[in-house]
Each structure stands twice: as C-alpha cells, then as structure tokens.
Write a protein that binds this ligand. Structure first.
Ligand code: ADP
Ligand code: ASP
Ligand code: MG
Length: 403
C-alpha cells in the first residue's frame, strides 16, 4: 500500500466538469489500493477575483484581513471536490489548512510553514478516507488564518508529502509538465522528462509559474521526488529530483518574470559605504534586491540601479526618498520592465552562452538594460513590451526548430 499526495491547481478545478474530472483521477488512484491525500487550490481565477474585490473597498487592506479573504477560495474547492468524490462512492473528508495541522509563522500573505501536526491527517487516512486538504493556508500562533503566498498550494502538497513520507507527490496542472519555456507562449517549447531540484528552483524563481519556488525548496530539503503532469490528459509528465539522467541539452529553459521594478539612484556621492547604507536600509524592511548595477564614478558622483519585486517598489522609493545619506540624489522607479533568463546547470562548461543570448536579443532589436549572471543562469532586464518576443527569440537560439 502506498501513500500518494496529489495536488490540483486552480485551472484543474475551475468548474463542475473539471471538479468531476479530478474526482475521477483521485478515486481511480484510491481504488487501485492507495491511500490518497489531495491538495487543491481555489477554482480558476478565484484568488485574483477576491483580490479585485478587496481593492474595490480598500487599496491598502491589512494583510491579516487579506488572508482571511483569500483563504476562502480554497475552502470552496475542498467542499466541492469532497462532494464530487462522495458522488463517485468513495469515503472522503475535506479539511481546512488548520484542521490538517498546518502551523505557520505570522507573516500574513507569505507565511512559512513551521510544522505540520499530522495526527488528524493520519487518523483520517487510517480510517480509509480520501483526505482533501485546502492548499495555500495555515494558522499562526495568534490563531489567525495565514496564506503562503501566490502559488502556495504547491508548497502545501510538498510539505504533506515530506511530513508523511509519502511514496509519491504528483502536481497536476493544465500543461503536461515542465517545459523549456512557457508552452502557452512559445510554440516549440519542449517538455523535459526530468529536471534537478536546483534547476527547477532557478526556473521557478525566475518566473516559470508551473511550480512555486518554495515548494521546490521544500522538496529539495526533504528529498521529495515530484511529478508534474496534466490533469486533463493522461501522459508522462516531468520528474523533479536530485540527480537526473544526462541529457544533451545544457540549457533547461527560458523564463520571463514580469514582477520586477527597477529603482535608480542618480547622482549619489562616490564615497565608501554608500552601497552598504542603501542596501542595509532596504534589507531592514525585508526588501529583497536582485540585479545591481553601479556606474563608473564621474565628478565625484555615481549612479546605482537595482531591481526589486514590483510589490516592493513603492516602499523602496519611500525608504530612499527619506534617506539623508543620499543627499540630493534623484530616485527613479520604472515598472515597465521584465527579466528574461536562461537557466541550466551545464552552462558553466559551455562558453558563449551569454553571447548566444545577447545575439538573439540583438537580432530581435531588443535593448538590454541590465545583466546578471551566476553559474546556473543569465538574466537580462528589458522593456516589458518586448518580453514575450525576447523569450521566443532566446528560446529559438538555444532550441532551434528541427525541420
Ligand atoms: P496551477 O493552477 O495548476 O497551479 P499555474 O497557472 O500556477 O497552474 O502554472 C501552470 C502554468 O505555468 C501553465 O499554464 C503555463 O502557462 C505556465 N508556465 C510558465 N512557464 C512554464 C514552463 N517552463 N513549463 C510549464 N509551464 C509553464
Ligand atoms: N489560490 C492561490 C493562488 O492563486 C494558491 C495557489 O493557486 O497555489 O495563488
Ligand atoms: Mg500554481
């Protein structure tokens, strides 16, 4: 007997027909003699719709109340899926995050899972019930509902698989697996049969929405092998694990991240300690900085530009505008930017990767504003209006169409 954790994203449970489809997959797994725990997200665009509802009333709602609101989407899904499973004649129980034992810290909106009290989950599984758990949510030490951040249901599923030492953890979604680029945007994107945790973590962090990056961190930490596959078509998906079979491709994928903003500080004094003072001020407010560029000093001043996530842009500008250390420097914020990256553990041993990427962008007449590299990725910042074209051009350079 195996314990299988199956997670279904919003599009997989978007309407009654899709919910019945998921119930069929789950009950087939159960009837094959397995214990099954199912994690579901809110239906379709429910979470976005709930955010829009909040914005109609208050543009700056408290994070606690946002979590109270957003967690309701997953509550609808678990009840509906449990009803669908009942209809197919299998024993089932739905559980909210707190009922399933999800204890988180109290960072509302992007809470981290601290521990799962697995007693209830184990009891229900031992009673031979299919357990349907609301993803994306937990409870903190103040007995408040928390949410794990966008895409957080993936983390809920992987965390349950880790805590209960599940035999399999399947992430069902609306595409057949992890591809070399978003298959909805790039026609000849290739499905990867396997990918390592590290590469998947980079892809997820750099914008490949298919898995949430924290879920990959948890999977790596507890060595949970993941299978990403389609809920709509039965086909082999992508396995995410520690070591993969050597494949000829050394680039695993091309990603786009539109959740970025560039902050420029123009005309700051060219003296020691400036970078330290700027970035420690941002860090003190928990703001993560990504690409950093500093110009060559001239006339005893210099410019420093960096990127942050879009939701941190306003706060960053506020912190810097009120900072005496910067003297009369001008602060500019640009949100019409996107980050395009190529990812692959093999790029270290392949000279010319950056040149290939830059040539592809040049060929598409796309200007690069900032560049950053590591041994596993190269990222560029470009104008957001060029982003989709850039992904296609860069993808075509690394994955030429075979005719
Ligand atoms: P779910 O609702 O199942 O959680 P998401 O919308 O969060 O699904 O993630 C799946 C989507 O991720 C796909 O529909 C696809 O458009 C997008 N995506 C972006 N990059 C990739 C990639 N490299 N491989 C697969 N899908 C990707
Ligand atoms: N419903 C949440 C979201 O849209 C969580 C998830 O889908 O994983 O972000
Ligand atoms: Mg998702």
């Amino acid at each position: 007997m195996s314990l299988i954790v199956q997670k279904f994203g919003g599009s997989s449970v978007a309407n009654a027909e899709r919910v019945m489809n998921v119930a069929k997959i789950v009950t087939d797994t159960y009837k094959a003699g397995n214990d099954v725990i199912v994690v579901v997200s809110a239906q379709g665009d429910t979470t976005d719709d709930l955010i829009a509802k909040a914005m109609e009333i208050n543009q700056k709602p408290s994070k606690r109340e946002m979590d109270m609101l957003l967690s309701s989407g997953e509550q609808i899904s678990i009840a509906l899926l449990a009803m669908a499973i009942e209809k197919l004649g299998c024993p089932v129980i739905s559980l909210l995050g707190w009922q399933a034992g999800f204890n988180t810290n109290s960072t509302y909106g992007s809470a981290r899972i601290k521990k799962i009290n697995t007693e209830r989950l184990k009891n229900e599984v031992n009673k031979k019930k299919i357990v349907v758990v609301a993803g994306f949510q937990g409870i903190c030490k103040y007995d408040d509902v928390t949410t794990l951040g966008r895409g957080g249901s993936d983390s809920s599923a992987v965390a349950i698989a880790a805590a209960l030492h599940a035999d399999r953890c399947q992430i069902f979604t609306d595409v057949e697996g992890v591809y070399t680029a978003d298959p909805r945007k790039v026609k000849n994107a290739e499905k990867l049969s396997e990918i390592t945790y590290d590469e998947m973590l980079e892809l997820a962090t750099l914008g490949a929405q298919v898995l949430n990056n924290r879920s990959v961190e948890i999977a790596k930490k507890y060595n949970v092998e993941l299978e990403v596959l389609s809920s709509l078509k039965r086909a082999n998906g992508t396995i995410v694990k520690e070591v993969t079979k050597m494949e000829t491709m050394y680039i695993r994928g091309v990603t786009k991240d539109s959740n970025v903003a560039r902050i420029s500080i123009i005309g700051v004094k060219d003296v020691p300690g400036i970078a330290f003072k700027i970035f420690s001020r941002l860090a003190a407010s928990n703001i993560n900085v990504d690409i950093i560029l500093q110009s060559v000093g001239r006339d005893s001043t210099k410019d420093i530009a960096f990127t942050v996530s879009r939701d941190n842009a306003e706060k960053s500008v506020e912190l810097l505008e009120n900072y005496d250390v910067l003297g009369g420097a001008k602060i500019k914020c640009d949100t019409d930017v996107a980050k395009i990256s190529v990812v692959g553990a093999g790029m270290e041993s392949h000279p010319g990767t950056a040149a290939t990427m830059f040539e592809a962008l040049y060929g598409a007449d796309i200007n690069i504003q900032m560049i950053s590299t590591s041994e596993i990725k190269i990222s560029v910042l470009i104008d957001s209006k060029d982003a989709d074209r850039a992904v296609s051009a860069v993808h075509a350079a690394f994955f030429p169409e075979v005719s």
